[in-house]
Design a protein around this ligand. Structure first.
Ligand SMILES: Cc1ncc(COP(=O)(O)O)c(C=O)c1O
Length: 389
């Protein structure tokens, strides 16, 4: 059994989550539950491989060998029953850099790119900072569950629409899109020649009876227009390793992407990222199973709390991820007031919902990948803040 209860002091380690509190929240006096990394140790079997590689004491140029590709192939097969070929796999020093590179490589300034808000905020920057037009196909919230709005999507797509950035599973609303939902989206994209960029970074942490379907695994037609991104970073707490992979079955698209990244000489990555990815994907099953069970219990505490305080708070039931989407709309505070309440009264460092765009008003995102005692403390603080209302 792994110990997820251990408190690890991350202060003064240049941790964005722990050492940027003053800059982001204006105070050090908040529990950091924002940035999407974990307060758990990166697993021992990964650290062992990284240390062993460091012990060789020569860190010269390296390439990704056969075992790197095999670890990705076997992971995707095991977790999603998707048989990926070695020559579909390529590299990016992170999923967010990949999004911007893909936007640049496959669309022109002025082209329209679809997102489904509320969504992970770098989706917006990769579109707007590169001079593309943003099309927002906002998700619909019905009975505390989010759905895609296909009618709105069909209305908004036109000949200038070239790409959709799909978040699957979805951060922050926690949906694991069903095969049927993905098929409907995929058909609209096929009919309109829209390229699908599927950010599947959260696809390892799935709850209950939900099943993640890689959209590209649904059919050959969809594989042909889809670029899927994966990384062990969220799953195994390796974000600082800047290592992710892209799966691009369409050879022409893959060559175009590789030419693009090659121009910046960013294709080589770093030795430790490759070693860590391999160790994670080859040896990570048990740790991941235990970690998911731990997150489910943490989520359970927040769920109980939300039920107890249902006049003030609702939990959008997560189907994936350790990021909880909390609905505070019953407090009837505007977003500035809600932010002030969460920081100054509850003393919590959460992500304000409005960061994720339209539909995020009145929400906050809470990261529960931390020891249970931290969750308990956070809920106590929130409870006493509620009492002050
Ligand atoms: C949907 C999504 N994509 C990408 C990332 C970050 O990816 P990377 O660190 O590989 O750039 C995150 C991190 O929270 C995320 O939630």
């Amino acid at each position: 059994m792994y110990d997820f209860d251990e408190i690890i002091d991350r202060k003064n380690t240049d941790s964005i989550k722990h050492d940027r509190l003053k800059a982001i929240f204006g105070t050090e006096d908040v529990i950091p539950m924002w940035v999407a990394d974990m307060d758990f140790k990166t697993p021992d079997f990964i650290m062992k491989q990284v240390r062993e590689r460091a012990d060789h004491e020569v860190l010269g140029y390296s390439f990704r060998g056969e075992s790197f590709y095999q670890s990705v192939i076997s992971w995707l097969k095991k977790r999603h029953q998707w048989e990926v070929k070695k020559d579909w796999i390529t590299f990016s020093p992170g999923v967010v850099p990949a999004l911007t590179m893909l936007v640049n490589a496959f669309t022109q300034p002025g082209d329209k790119i679809i997102v489904q808000s509320p969504v992970y905020f770098p989706f917006y920057t990769s579109i707007l900072n590169t001079g593309r037009q943003l099309i927002n196909n906002e998700l619909k919230l019905k009975n505390e569950k989010y759905y895609m709005d296909f009618d709105d999507l069909k209305k908004q797509i036109d000949s200038r629409t070239k790409m959709v950035l799909l978040c699957s599973p979805h951060n922050p609303v926690g949906r694991v899109w069903t095969k049927d939902e993905l098929l409907q989206l995929g058909q609209i994209c096929l009919q309109n020649e829209v390229l699908i960029v599927a950010d599947e970074i959260h696809s390892d942490i799935i709850f209950n009876a939900c099943k993640h379907t890689p959209i590209a695994a649904i059919s050959e037609e969809l594989a042909n227009i889809t670029i899927s991104t994966y990384a062990p970073s969220k799953t195994f707490n390796l974000a600082g390793m800047s290592t992710s992979v892209l799966v691009i079955p369409n050879k022409k698209l893959k060559i175009k992407y590789e030419n693009y990244i090659g121009d910046f000489h960013l294709h080589m990555g770093n030795i430790f990222g490759s070693v860590a990815l391999e160790a994670a994907y080859n040896q990570g099953d048990l740790w991941l199973q235990e970690m998911i069970a731990y997150i489910e219990e943490n989520t359970g505490l927040v769920r109980e709390f939300a039920v107890k305080h249902k006049d003030k708070l609702a939990l959008i039931e997560p189907e994936a991820t350790y990021l909880l989407w909390l609905d505070f709309r019953k407090l009837k505070l505007d977003d500035d007031e809600l932010k002030t309440f969460i920081i100054n009264k509850a003393k919590l460092g959460l992500n304000p919902g409005i960061m994720f765009g339209s539909g995020g008003e009145g929400f906050q995102r809470m990261n529960v990948a931390c020891p249970r005692s931290v969750i308990k403390q956070a809920l106590q603080q929130l409870e006493s803040a509620f009492r002050q209302i």
